[in-house]
Design a protein around this ligand. Structure first.
Ligand code: SF4
Length: 248
């Protein structure tokens, strides 16, 4: 019987700890499919971060390193410079990348490091019970913004792709979404392009993925997908911010 659907080789045959309806699992699968399709699992080193995806090292079957909070781009830089033939990627949430790790991501991008960053934006700190993140939307309720995020008190959300795209260093920056099949397919294309940019030695690539956190949003999985479309995309428009016409 022909196999029409199976687990990617780059994803271990283990159950994931993510909550029901969390799109981390989809993001993992897309990265693993791309590693398979590019045939690079055997020479890829992933850097896991701190947050809900801290133990992505248990899920990807390539070599993995756990970085301290926010420091994944620095660890990736070290690995890539020591082992330039390896393919190096970080997998980071918004609390990790856009809060404590802001300096790390900005300077890795500014240096044009030849690494790939997979950035999961779910507008909240998931693992630590739903505090406000740099990406939390205005008026969004979190455990630390019980009256909603108020600009005068808490500042404005940080649009990471737009911010990094102002730098000369990065080569390819795209924001994609995981809220329906059409967008998931486009997200995979973006991830694949990001890895191909690295393989072509063209420099820094980052894909932001708009993702769900049903647990801390207090929504069902289906409602969470709708929230991405209706509330997140207006603040975080999907598209290519750098490298649109790049052929790889
Ligand atoms: S807390 Fe949120 S981000 Fe973390 S695994 Fe659960 S749903 Fe996903």
């Amino acid at each position: 019987m022909a196999v029409i659907f199976q687990r990617p080789n780059a994803l271990k045959d283990v159950s994931m700890h993510y909550c029901p309806g969390c799109t981390h699992g989809i993001a993992h699968r897309l990265v693993a499919e791309v590693l398979d399709e590019l045939g690079i699992e055997g020479k890829t080193v992933g850097i896991s971060s701190v947050g809900c995806s801290y133990n992505s090292y248990d899920y990807f079957s390539c070599d993995m390193i756990q970085a301290p909070h926010g420091r994944a781009p620095a660890v990736a830089t070290g690995v890539k410079r020591c082992k330039p033939d390896c393919v190096v990627f970080t997998y980071q949430g918004d609390g990790d990348l856009a809060a404590i790790g802001t300096a790390e991501i900005v300077h890795a991008a500014a240096r044009g490091e030849n690494i790939t960053v997979i950035f999961i934006n779910n507008t909240i700190y998931g693992m630590t019970s739903g505090q406000m993140a740099p990406t939390t939307l205005l008026n969004q309720f979190t455990t630390t913004t019980p009256y909603g995020r108020i600009a005068e008190l808490h500042g404005f959300p940080i649009n990471v792709c737009e911010m990094l795209a102002t730098l000369q260093g990065p080569t390819y920056i795209e924001r994609a979404s995981l809220h329906d099949v059409k967008h998931i397919k486009k997200a995979k294309e973006a991830i694949k392009k990001a890895f191909k940019v690295q393989l072509a030695k063209l420099g820094f690539s980052l894909v932001e993925l708009l993702s769900t956190c049903p647990t801390n949003w207090g929504l069902s999985p289906v409602e969470s997908m709708t929230r991405i479309e209706k509330e997140m995309i207006p603040q975080y428009p999907i598209g290519v911010f750098k490298g649109e016409n790049l052929e790889v």
